[in-house]
Design a protein around this ligand. Sequence first.
Ligand SMILES: [Zn+2]
Length: 311
Amino acid sequence: MLAVLSLWKVSPAAAPRFCMTPAHLRGHHTLGSASLPVAGPSVRHVRALDEERLMAVEWEDGGQSLYPFTWLRDNCQCPRCTLQSAEARLLLLADLDIHTGVDSVEVTKDSKVGHLFFFFNWMKKYCFLYLYLFIYLFILALCLRYYWDASLRIPTADFQDVLHDDGAALAWLLALRRVGIVHLKGAPAEQGQVARLAERIGYLRLTFYGHTWQVQDKSMANNVAYTSGKLSLHTDYPALHFAPGVQFLHCINQAQEGGESEVVDGFHMAEQLQAEDPEAFRTLSSVRVDFTDTGTDYCDFMLQSKNRIIE
Ligand SMILES: [Zn+2]
């Protein structure tokens, strides 16, 4: 939308409309408010509320948004204050006058206006009410966690659907976020599928075992995962300062006998422990213990770190 809201502080000597210097913005009071009918598809009215130090925008759909003067000054969208190509601020904090007031408000379709202007579509997007609702819904939708026990029915998704359908990929990621584990079915029984899946949403993180690795029985194993013995429940890479966010395991060749995968929800366990034995929880979540990992694989490695059992 081309409509632009201009908001500026005029110096006592009447500053040029589109050419202001920081000195012109150093007023600590507002000289008045402007209220004018606005033409345009989505905005009905804009006015400055001097007492409250708020800009009120009435939208065609009947809603109203309020923006503090200081916040508007801080978020000016003009080329001097914002690098549009990066959507990043240029305004230095040292140059921000938190007492900026408003002398005049003008709505224009002229995109060549100077300092202190805002596009209405940008203002609507960052309306505090809408932003609050968005954050609230975001927390509800994305941050809701489901802690599970043995009654869990592990969510499933189709590997090919996830690779080729954005909706399926989003559903997979949301389930992964909420539950922590998803069983993908239908992947080709050959190497390289883990990388395909990871590259669908990001990139593989290089570790000292390489980008990917084969979990199989090896002589002179440098990890207990490379033996045929049973592994107890564990957290991978506890020696790293930043543990893996998501891990992909691809079963290419199922054993005739054995080879079961066991998973447990560590958050659920921690929550239970906290309720049943608070002292044990305090100990495990406060005392740092040594983790080490030493060997040779993708490179030589010797890690030593101190981390809490429950972070
Ligand atoms: Zn500006």
